[in-house]
Design a protein around this ligand. Structure first.
Ligand code: BYC
Length: 330
């Protein structure tokens, strides 16, 4: 089922001469920055690419609750607990906006959930890494939400209307998330030697996985060319990764922490930092399901789905009863 819904479109960008009149008219709209809405005609590949990307994004928000939810009971103060609780709830909301946007493309939320739970659909690689200390919650907010914002701010201008509108709201909240992470890092970095060490350790472990969030290098990215032609994606993976590094390095310096990269160096000519690539073999291995937490994350989602069965059954029974009563009254 999922394979039919979202089969990859990595076959290259179609030449204008090879486009049907409908496809050419569609491309003209995209080129003129006119939003595509659910009832508009769209190429099948456009629809499938959106379902894949929005669905993967929605799953990332939901799975992304797990490494942080892990720390709600252990947050160091009541204030931190409340802030973290609000953040994790926000992620659930983001998942809902995105599942709703995906539903406008003719796929149900249940179908997407089944694709996630059966391992057919991806979520962001970053959430397959563990959050071992409280400083990791700071690093997740600072780096992971920071990378997410870098990726998602341009998506506010994505060509598909429902996705772009969902992104506007999500970005506002993500920006609060990033600040709360940086605030935790500040406290830790200015704290005792042990706290500073913890903050540095969190940066060491989350730096390269955060760089991986932008996807493989442009040379390896199968979808970028077509997705950019359709303005589903606005920037390439490497462009966003570079922007993220350029923004984050001064923030690390301000914290008095060291980015774990011996090759990191400002390059005057390009106006950005030179930096080391992440270990791409690790990235592809995590995508295959072999990261430190892949099994736990998926098992937790399967359990949540199964534990929620009685709620879905109850809602369905109620809806059916209500519908039957309505029919009887007519
Ligand atoms: N993790 O051709 P490419 C968040 C896959 S943060 C897993 O470049 P594309 C959050 C890719 O799907 C994260 N898979 O693909 C933050 C493709 O495989 P398939 C969510 C990845 O689609 C904090 C293959 O690799 N954000 O939500 O053009 C708290 C080839 O890649 C990853 C978004 O999803 C990865 N890191 O570009 C809570 C933003 N990278 O599908 C929540 C929207 C690549 O052919 N998404 N792959 O089997 C995007 O912008 C794009 O989908 C990506 C990938 C940049 C991720």
């Amino acid at each position: 089922m999922y394979a039919q819904m979202v089969k990859s479109t990595g076959e290259g960008v179609k030449d204008r001469d090879a486009m049907s009149p409908e496809e050419a008219a569609f491309q003209d709209k995209v080129d003129a920055d006119i939003k595509i809405e659910p009832r508009d005609w769209m190429p099948e590949g456009y629809r499938k690419t959106l379902i894949r990307q929005i669905g993967q994004h929605a799953h990332s928000e939901i799975v992304g609750q797990l490494p942080e939810g892990n720390w709600i009971t252990r947050a160091p103060t009541l204030e931190r607990k409340m802030i973290l609780l609000a953040k994790v709830q926000d992620e659930a909301g983001h998942g809902l906006y995105l599942y709703s946007a995906a539903e406008t493309l003719g796929v149900t939320r249940d179908e997407l959930t089944e694709a996630l739970l059966s391992g057919k659909m991806k979520y962001s690689s970053i959430f397959n890494y563990p959050t071992l200390t409280w400083a990791d919650i700071g690093a997740v907010g600072w780096l992971v939400d920071g990378a997410a914002i870098m990726n998602q701010v341009p998506l506010q201008r994505t060509s598909y209307g429902p996705y772009s509108r969902a992104m506007i709201r999500i970005c506002k909240e993500e920006s609060f998330h990033q600040r709360q992470g940086y605030d935790i890092m500040m406290k830790m970095a200015q704290g005792s030697e042990a706290q500073k060490k913890m903050a540095q350790d969190a940066l060491n472990r989350f730096w390269y996985p955060s760089l991986m969030m932008f996807g493989p290098s442009d040379a390896e990215s199968v979808h970028s060319a077509q997705s950019m032609a359709w303005k589903i994606k606005i920037n390439t993976n490497d462009e966003l990764r570079q922007k993220f590094v350029d923004q984050t390095v001064p923030q690390a310096e301000y914290l008095g922490l060291t980015v774990p990269d011996e090759n990191l160096k400002w390059n005057e000519e390009k106006g950005g930092y030179d930096f080391s690539e992440p270990d791409w073999s690790e990235f592809f291995d995590v995508l295959k399901g072999n990261g430190p937490c892949n099994h736990d994350r998926l098992n937790d989602r399967v359990k949540a789905w199964e534990d929620g069965q009685w709620v879905r059954d109850g809602l369905l029974a109620h809806a059916e009863k209500k519908a039957a009563r309505k029919v009887a009254a007519e």
